[in-house]
Design a protein around this ligand. Structure first.
Ligand SMILES: [Zn+2]
Ligand SMILES: [Zn+2]
Ligand SMILES: [Zn+2]
Length: 145
């Protein structure tokens, strides 16, 4: 795949590999093929280089994240452009607030099929309350009897 005559990568860098791309463009291209079925650019373009949840512009497009709605499935309809903040929410948050935007909720549910959805923060949701432990003083009194 040698590009004859060209000493520059399309991105402008001078050092190119035998592929006609510089090292970082080549890495991105390989990752695109490997993880996004070569569709990363198409997803970003379709979504206008903006986060589909909060509409934040991607600026330099490398800062946008292409999220797989079904892990490992690189199909255009199942990929979506997100900003790093919204993407982190989709993956990392363990419980959501229903006040989230609808799309964000939907994406979160896809990644957390057994997760809890909450209208208020409640940190005791998952476990039954612990058995009441007798107070130290009471225990001593019981021993004395
Ligand atoms: Zn390059
Ligand atoms: Zn966003
Ligand atoms: Zn993701």
């Amino acid at each position: 795949m040698r590009v004859q005559g060209s000493m520059h990568c399309p991105c402008g860098r001078e050092k190119i590999l035998a592929t006609g791309l510089c090292a970082s463009c080549y890495t991105l291209k390989r990752q695109d093929a490997e993880y996004f079925g070569g569709l990363r650019e198409m997803v970003l373009e379709r979504d206008g280089y903006r986060c589909r949840v909060c509409d934040a512009p991607g600026g330099r497009k490398r800062e946008m994240i292409v999220h797989h709605r079904v892990p490992g499935k690189s199909v255009l309809a199942l990929m979506i452009a997100l900003c790093p903040g919204c993407h982190a929410k989709v993956h990392r948050t363990k419980a959501v607030l229903t006040a989230w935007p609808r799309l964000l909720l939907e994406l979160w549910r896809e990644q957390h099929p057994t997760g809890h959805e909450q209208t208020t923060l409640d940190f005791n949701l998952k476990k039954a309350p612990a058995k009441p432990v007798p107070l130290f003083v009471e225990e001593r009194e019981q021993v004395r009897k």
